[in-house]
Design a protein around this ligand. Structure first.
Ligand SMILES: NC(=O)c1ccc[n+]([C@@H]2O[C@H](COP(=O)([O-])OP(=O)(O)OC[C@H]3O[C@@H](n4cnc5c(N)ncnc54)[C@H](OP(=O)(O)O)[C@@H]3O)[C@@H](O)[C@H]2O)c1
Length: 211
């Protein structure tokens, strides 16, 4: 696949490395290409570009920017460039206020960030994924309890099938929670995931669905 990754942070870099390891073609986007020069020079086939060029390049887009900037970055990428494309939405709507007793604050209330984005960019096929685990565990997580579960949702079944294939390659079990509204439940899982980290500096864990 041609994968355009919007975001130069830990998530963008972890997923760029993962996609490239699995022989997908990767372009990673940022407002400041210089900051990714060293990263890209160590990975064959990973190109650095602007957000707009990255969204033009990708058949699949990964949205990995600060939650509060997500809509602006997609506007900058240009709606025409993401029309009809799968957008893997890793973002969480974390507000700028510090966590309280280890609990992150979100700038959303009832409606999730992904619902807002899906409504504004209605031609794109959003799939929530990778949002409820730390970047270090996104690709081939090594945990004693076996493969963890990634919770996904989105309105387009074919898009979710494609993302399920990626998650399978990256070593995850997948739990499809249905349409975009399920992001109301998935996004807060990141709050839960971070609490042991903020309280006890314990960041090596993931969720697993048991039956
Ligand atoms: N870190 C994790 O382990 C983790 C795990 C799961 C989900 N997430 C979610 O994944 C997303 C990415 O997280 P991250 O930790 O990799 O990075 P981040 O620090 O949350 O975001 C960095 C990216 O956001 C862009 N950005 C920030 N402010 C911007 C603005 N005002 N306008 C345009 N772009 C802006 C930056 O652009 P430039 O490249 O131009 O600087 C950069 O590409 C977040 O929504 C986060 O909540 C993070």
């Amino acid at each position: 696949m041609k994968v355009g990754i919007l975001g130069s942070g830990d998530v963008g870099k972890a997923l760029a490395a993962g996609f490239s390891q699995h022989r997908h073609s990767v372009t990673i986007g940022t407002r400041d290409p210089a900051k990714l020069a060293a990263f890209a020079s160590q990975r064959q086939g990973v190109r650095v570009a602007s957000f707009r060029e990255t969204s033009t390049f990708g058949d699949v887009i990964v949205l990995a920017v600060k939650g509060s900037a997500a809509a602006d970055v997609l506007r900058d990428a240009d709606e025409d460039h993401i029309e009809g494309k799968i957008v893997i939405d890793t973002t969480n709507p974390i507000s700028d206020t510090p966590p309280k007793n280890g609990v992150l604050d979100y700038f959303t209330s009832e409606e999730s960030l992904m619902e807002r984005l899906q409504r504004e960019f209605s031609g794109a096929r959003f799939v929530k994924a990778f949002s409820c685990v730390g970047s270090a565990l996104m690709v081939h997580p090594k945990l004693s309890g076996g493969p963890p579960t990634m919770f996904i949702c989105g309105n387009d079944a074919e898009a979710k099938n494609t993302v399920t294939g990626v998650l399978d390659q990256f070593g995850w079990e997948v739990e499809d929670l249905g349409a975009v509204e399920a992001a109301r439940a998935i996004e807060p899982l990141a709050v839960l995931w971070c609490i042991p980290g903020f309280l006890r500096n314990d960041w090596v864990h993931a969720f697993k669905m048991l039956r």
